[in-house]
Design a protein around this ligand. Structure first.
Ligand code: MN
Length: 263
């Protein structure tokens, strides 16, 4: 029976993790390797400067003193009895939409799986949504991915709306508008401190975005590509190279003659 890896960023005791593991149980042998504590908004952090330990927390279930990326790395590169055919991360408590995917530990776990060459999905449920809905969606998407595979370096970021899903849409990432400022306050000892992430998020251009789909009560499935290269920019910037190289060489020559560089 094929091995499936389930992880999350809300921690090994989160109800969303149990719901995801249960939803995928009929698709293979599910192994849960998840952070022992909540790691939300930890991004793609890896623990390299202290040992990781996996405490048994049930049958084929382990709690790791690390991040979601640690869990996936450790599990795929040797901890599991065999290489998993799928990494599923979630079900996160709260959406991971648009620009916020860059902070998300849930999505980062799927990124890590993708970088290791395993088809990976991240599943998040909007605040107030029903875990049973999200679990059903997760099983459908996971089944589709197991049958059809995913393009290279591509993961699926799945967001389930707070109401019974009206359908499944394939979307692009929305863009968050930063209305909130950094809040500056003074503590009782007269020292200044700052809070980020204060204001309520607003979004622009909802059309065909993940945010728009969830807003209209649909599941949003966004394929994310891990080649962060901007290929169009790269093509345009090739012509910068000769002039910059000439300037670099010119400056080197100038420096050796101890003259200040030209403005
Ligand atoms: Mn979380």
């Amino acid at each position: 029976m094929a091995v499936l890896l389930v992880t999350n960023d809300d921690g090994v005791h989160a109800p969303g993790l149990a719901a995801l593991a249960e939803a995928l149980a009929e698709l293979g042998e599910v192994w849960v390797v998840a952070p022992e504590r909540e790691q939300s908004a930890c991004g793609h952090a890896l623990t390299l400067h202290r040992p990781l330990r996996a405490q048994p927390a049930g049958e084929r279930r382990f709690a790791v003193n690390g991040t979601p990326s640690d869990c996936v790395n450790m599990a795929v590169l040797g901890f599991l009895p065999e290489r998993p055919v799928l990494v599923a991360s979630g079900i996160n408590h709260g959406s991971n939409l648009g620009d916020d995917v860059t902070y998300s530990g849930t999505v980062s776990a799927a990124m890590e799986g993708t970088l290791l060459g395993v088809p990976s999905i991240a599943v998040s449920l909007a605040e107030g949504g029903d875990l049973a809905d999200a679990a059903r969606v997760a099983r459908l998407i996971a089944t589709r991915v197991l049958v059809g595979g995913l393009p290279p370096k591509t993961l699926l970021n799945v967001n389930v709306p707070p109401t019974a899903p009206a359908g499944i849409r394939f979307t692009r990432l929305g863009h968050r508008v930063y209305s909130g400022k950094v809040v500056e306050q003074v503590d009782p000892r007269g020292r200044t401190h700052y809070w980020i992430g204060g204001g309520a998020p607003t979004w622009e251009a909802l059309e065909s975005t993940d945010m728009g789909a969830v807003h209209e009560g649909h599941v949003a499935v966004t394929p994310l590509h891990l080649d962060l290269t901007n290929h169009r920019a790269l093509a345009a910037m090739h012509e910068w190279s000769p002039a910059l190289t000439a300037q670099l060489r010119g400056e080197r020559g100038t420096a050796s003659r101890r003259r200040p560089p030209k403005a």
